[in-house]
Design a protein around this ligand. Structure first.
Ligand code: FNR
Length: 187
């Protein structure tokens, strides 16, 4: 069967390398996973006081969008050795209110990118810390720390570095197997 995977990109920048990676992955159409982008741009900053019957519509739409996914792929840059606030905000909104975490048990994977050499390792692992609390089974291996992000894309979202294209293809195959396995265990 086909599984729906929501991609959450941790950057709002129009020319974002993370967004390019997301677009590359959507085009790659790996076998049994159907990828779609879930926007986090319009989400008002989380505030428990707004958690009422008239909570922001954007929060409710986001929670619904996550509920409809079989799994989540996070693609994030690193801001100050952590994830950008906009991504943390989306996680907080999806996790609340208490007991209604929409991320619960959804298989996940993380790809982090940086124009620097360390491939946003800090963001990748800070994100993992939150996903432990959300009870998401996150694929452990392979890990994806993509450095030199400013040099890997050619026209549009094409990955022009063969070794990285190959690595991402393998990563997606592993993620596909991971989602299938987690879904079987849940059923
Ligand atoms: C950054 N950048 C950055 N890079 C990194 O490798 N480690 C870091 O800790 C930070 N910190 C940081 C903080 C802030 C506030 C900004 C704006 C940027 C650089 C960052 O990796 C770069 O801008 C990326 O290109 C952002 O990702 P997108 O937008 O290309 O996906």
């Amino acid at each position: 069967r086909q599984y729906n995977i929501g991609i959450i990109v941790g950057s709002l920048r129009k020319a974002s390398y993370c967004l390019k990676m997301a677009q590359f992955i959507r085009q790659a159409r790996p076998q049994n996973l159907r990828y779609s982008l879930i926007s986090i741009e319009e989400l008002p900053i989380y505030n428990e006081d707004l958690e009422t019957e008239s909570a922001p519509v954007a929060w409710l739409d986001f929670r619904n969008a996550i509920r409809h996914q079989d799994g989540i792929l996070f693609i994030t840059p690193e801001y100050n050795r952590s994830v950008p606030a906009v991504l943390k905000n989306a996680i907080d909104i999806g996790s609340a209110p208490h007991g209604k975490n929409v991320f619960e048990s959804k298989p996940a994977a993380i790809i982090s990118l940086s124009p620097g050499k360390m491939g946003a390792f800090g963001a990748n692992h800070h994100l993992r810390q939150s996903l432990v609390f959300l009870n998401m089974p996150v694929m452990q291996q392979p890990e994806a720390y993509i450095g030199n992000s400013a040099e890997i894309f050619g026209q549009g979202c094409a990955i022009q570095v063969e070794s990285i294209r190959h690595f991402i293809t393998q990563f997606l195959e592993a993620f596909s197997a991971w989602v299938v396995r987690q879904k079987k265990e849940l059923n």
